[in-house]
Design a protein around this ligand. Structure first.
Ligand SMILES: *[C@@H]1O[C@H](CO)[C@@H](O)[C@H](O)[C@H]1NC(C)=O
Ligand SMILES: *[C@@H]1O[C@H](CO)[C@@H](O)[C@H](O)[C@H]1NC(C)=O
Ligand SMILES: *[C@@H]1O[C@H](CO)[C@@H](O)[C@H](O)[C@H]1NC(C)=O
Ligand SMILES: *[C@@H]1O[C@H](CO)[C@@H](O)[C@H](O)[C@H]1NC(C)=O
Length: 390
C-alpha cells in the first residue's frame, strides 16, 4: 500500500496545491485538500484531476476560475465549509461530474444558473445549509441523470416540484427537516425508480393521493419496497386522508395534529369512520349592493367547512368569474369589481366547495347609471347590506 508521500514520490504530479496531497493512482488523479485551513479553492489544482476533496475548510464562496477546465472531474466534495455564495456558472465546465457534496455550508438560495452545466450529475447533496429558496430552473441540466437528491435540514417552505417530477432516474429524495407545507398532486407518478422518500418533520397537513404511496404496499416492477417517511408533520386527519388510512401500513409513528378531538392520536389506530369532513356552510354574505356606475363593487361571501371551502363566483350570465384587469376573485370569498359598468348589473352566485360538498348564496348587484353630463348633480353613494347567510 501507499503512504500519500510515497505515492507522491512514485508518480510525481505536475501541480499540487501547497499542503494538499495529490495522487495519481490507476492513471486518475486525486487532489486531496480536506481539513487544510483553506480560505478559498486553491488556484493551482491540476485541471486533469478526477477527484477533488475540499471538505472541512473555511471556503466562503465558489465560482470564477475555481473549477474552470476541469472537464474530467467526477467527484467534488465541498462539505462543511462556510460557503454562502455559488457564483452563477461556477460548475459550468464540469461535464463529467457525477457527485457534488455541498452539505454543511451556509447557502440560502440555489439560483437558476448556480448548478448549470452539470449534465451528468447523479448525486447532489445539499443538506444542512440554510436554504430558503431553490429556483425552478436550478436542476434543469441534470433532470434525467440525477439519482440522489438531498435537501434535508434546510429552511425550505417550497421545493420545485415541477422539476422533481421530471427526474426520471431519481432513487432517493431526502426533504426531511424543512418547512414544506405542500406536495403537488401527481408529482411521483412517473418517478418509477424512486425507492426512498423522506418527508419527516415538515409542515404537511395533508398528502395528495398518489400511486407511489399505494406502491408502498403493492410494489412496482422496479422496487420491492418503497421506504416512505412522513412522521413529524401536523397532519389534519379529515376525510381527505382516508385513502392513506386505508393503506393499513402502521410501521411509522405518525400522529394527527388536528382536528382537536384527534390531536395527538396515533394515525394508524384511528378508525376510518373518524376521518370526517364538514360540508361548506355560508355564514355571511352580501345580500344586495347598489353601486354608482364606474365605482368599485366588493361582494363578500364567507364560508366555513372542513376542509376549508374554496369560493367561486358566477356572473349573472352564468360564467365562473376569473381574475382579469377589472375583477379579482379572492379565495377568502371576496369578489372585487374595480370599475363597474352597466352590464355588471344582475344576480351573482357565490359557490363554496370542498371535498364534502357545496353551498351557494345569491347576491344582487344594482348598477346605478351615471347621470348625463350637466344633469341634476345628485350624488349617489354606494349602499351595502350584509347579513346572516341563507
Ligand atoms: C498519471 O500517470 C500516468 C502514467 O502512470 C500519466 O500518463 C499521466 O499523465 C499522469 N497524470 C497526471 C495528471 O499526472
Ligand atoms: C482553460 O482552457 C482554455 C483553453 O484551453 C485556456 O485558454 C485557459 O487558460 C484555461 N484556464 C485555466 C484557468 O486553466
Ligand atoms: C386572483 O388573484 C388573487 C391574488 O391577486 C389570488 O389570491 C386568487 O386565487 C386569484 N383567483 C383566481 C380565481 O384565480
Ligand atoms: C380577502 O382577501 C383580500 C385580498 O387579500 C382582502 O383585500 C380582503 O379584505 C379579504 N376579505 C375578507 C372578508 O377577509
Amino acid at each position: 500500500f501507499f503512504s500519500p508521500l510515497l505515492s507522491l514520490r512514485l508518480s510525481p504530479v505536475s501541480a499540487c496545491p501547497f499542503h494538499c496531497v495529490c495522487r495519481n493512482l490507476s492513471e486518475s488523479l486525486s487532489t486531496l485538500c480536506a481539513d487544510k485551513g483553506l480560505l478559498f479553492v486553491p488556484p493551482h489544482v491540476d485541471r486533469r484531476t478526477v477527484e477533488l476533496r475540499l471538505a472541512d475548510n473555511f471556503i466562503t464562496e465558489v465560482g470564477g476560475n475555481d473549477f474552470v477546465n476541469m472537464t474530467g472531474l467526477v467527484d467534488l466534495t465541498l462539505s462543511r465549509n462556510t460557503i454562502h455564495l455559488i457564483r452563477p456558472m461556477a460548475f459550468a465546465d464540469l461535464e463529467s461530474l457525477r457527485s457534488l457534496h455541498l452539505d454543511g455550508n451556509r447557502l440560502t438560495t440555489l439560483g437558476p444558473r448556480d448548478l448549470a452545466g452539470l449534465v451528468n450529475l447523479q448525486h447532489l447533496i445539499v443538506n444542512n445549509n440554510q436554504l430558503i429558496k431553490v429556483s425552478a430552473q436550478a436542476f434543469d441540466d441534470f433532470l434525467l441523470t440525477l439519482e440522489d437528491l438531498d435537501l434535508s435540514y434546510n429552511n425550505l417552505r417550497r421545493v420545485p416540484w415541477e422539476s422533481i417530477q421530471n427526474m426520471a432516474s431519481l432513487h432517493t429524495l431526502n426533504l426531511d427537516h424543512n418547512l414544506i407545507d405542500h406536495i403537488a398532486e401527481g408529482v411521483f407518478g412517473e418517478l418509477y425508480k424512486l425507492a426512498r422518500l423522506d418527508m419527516t418533520s415538515n409542515r404537511l397537513r395533508t398528502l395528495p393521493p398518489d400511486p407511489l404511496f399505494t406502491g408502498a404496499i403493492s410494489p412496482t416492477p422496479y422496487n420491492a419496497v418503497i421506504s416512505l417517511n412522513f412522521g413529524g408533520n401536523p397532519l389534519h386527519c379529515n376525510c381527505e386522508l382516508l385513502w392513506l388510512r386505508r393503506l393499513i401500513r402502521g410501521d411509522d409513528m405518525e400522529t394527527c395534529a388536528t382536528p382537536t378531538h384527534l390531536a395527538g392520536r396515533y394515525f394508524w389506530s384511528i378508525p376510518e369512520e373518524e376521518f370526517t369532513c364538514e360540508p361548506p356552510l355560508i355564514t355571511r354574505h352580501t345580500h344586495k349592493l347598489w353601486v354608482l356606475e364606474g365605482q368599485r363593487a366588493t361582494l363578500k361571501c364567507r364560508a366555513i367547512g372542513d376542509p376549508e371551502p374554496v369560493v367561486h363566483w358566477v356572473s349573472p350570465d352564468d360564467r365562473i368569474i376569473a381574475n382579469s384587469s377589472r375583477t379579482s376573485s379572492f379565495s377568502n370569498g371576496t369578489l372585487d369589481i374595480l370599475v363597474t359598468v352597466a352590464r355588471d348589473d344582475g344576480a351573482y352566485t357565490c359557490i363554496a366547495i370542498n371535498a364534502a360538498g357545496e353551498a351557494t348564496a345569491t347576491v344582487d348587484l344594482k348598477i346605478i347609471p351615471l347621470p348625463h353630463r350637466g344633469g341634476s348633480g345628485v350624488i349617489c353613494l354606494p349602499i351595502q347590506t350584509e347579513g346572516k347567510g341563507s
